[in-house]
Design a protein around this ligand. Structure first.
Ligand SMILES: [Ca+2]
Length: 300
């Protein structure tokens, strides 16, 4: 082999070897750079994983289930006469008229009220030492609460005969029902679901608005799968999800009783009734001279 032939053969190999030697750090750098890239791409994952496991979870866990309650607009459709001496505590629609429970000691009653005249067709006085509160209809029985006497009354709705009394440990504020249970409020943020025959507690529901406990739940009405509740000392009616207890939306009814109809004796908004057949919603108040039919300005 001649020298020239030796270099002709080895030359390209040497060039390749030389090139390989030059490129070695770069080639070695590829996996290094890949590791760095992976490390960089992993970095945020590794950095956020414990963050997600700690602070953000604690920060978001309460808010994850929060339903922001939105205000729903309403308007008065009609209004109807109402006894201004009735301290309205429970309002129920049935068969073309209202049943009412009224409060104040010595003035508490159960009433059948004609619609739309507001004429009291039948009235039963409660004992003078009790304060009438929530009212619900279960079959042919009217079930009426008292405020602090821990006694409820079961009436025959047709003739107002007393069928029985029952006792409960809390105060009595509002009462309504779904298709299985009575639902009782006691002025706290808890609603109690009761067996309508035995009055045993079936379950409790904590009510929240924007993630916070909402106390002072008063008169109640079951309307199309929601629990509507007056909130004592406010002009608000809240609409409660009966599964979660969250207030989904609310109505601000300040101004529903116009100044021209006020004589200064009126107490707060209280009283909700629903005519399921015609989907009419009625609201009233304590010692208010009118009952108002309202409708929402948007679909439920
Ligand atoms: Ca009611």
């Amino acid at each position: 082999m001649t020298t020239s032939r030796f270099f002709k053969i080895l030359g390209p190999a040497a060039v390749l070897l030389f090139a390989g030697w030059i490129a070695r750090p770069m080639l070695q750098g590829v996996p290094i750079q890949r590791d760095i890239a992976q490390a960089q791409s992993n970095a945020p994952v590794e950095a956020t994983a414990p963050v997600e496991a700690t602070a953000p979870v604690e920060a978001t866990a309460p808010t994850r289930n929060v339903v922001a309650a939105r205000e729903v607009a309403w308007q008065v459709v009609k209004s109807f006469p109402h006894d201004p001496n009735a301290f309205l505590q429970g309002l129920v629609w049935h068969d073309g008229g209202f049943y009412e429970s009224t409060g104040l000691e010595g003035r508490s009653t159960l009433r059948r009220v004609e619609f739309p005249s507001g004429k009291v067709l039948r009235k039963r006085d409660l004992p003078p030492d009790v304060f009438g509160e929530g009212l619900a209809l279960w079959g042919d029985k009217l079930i009426q609460l008292t405020w602090q006497s821990h006694v409820g009354y079961v009436w025959n709705r047709r003739n107002f005969q007393l069928l029985r009394r029952w006792n409960y440990p809390t105060e009595g504020w509002g009462l309504t029902n779904d298709d299985k249970n009575l639902i009782l409020s006691d002025g706290s943020d808890t609603l109690f679901f009761l067996d309508p025959q035995t009055f045993a507690r079936v379950r409790e529901l904590k009510v929240t608005m924007n993630g916070r406990a909402l106390p002072y739940l008063n008169e109640l009405e079951w309307i199309d799968g929601e629990i509507w509740a007056n909130v004592w000392q406010t002009d608000r009616i809240v609409r409660i999800d009966p599964r979660s207890g969250a207030v989904r939306s609310f109505l601000n009814l300040s101004g529903v009783l116009p100044t021209s109809l006020r004589n200064g004796q009126e107490d707060v908004l209280n009283g909700i009734a629903y005519d399921e057949k015609t989907r009419r919603i009625f609201v009233g108040g304590k010692l208010w001279p009118r009952i108002f039919q309202i409708e929402l300005k948007e679909a439920a």
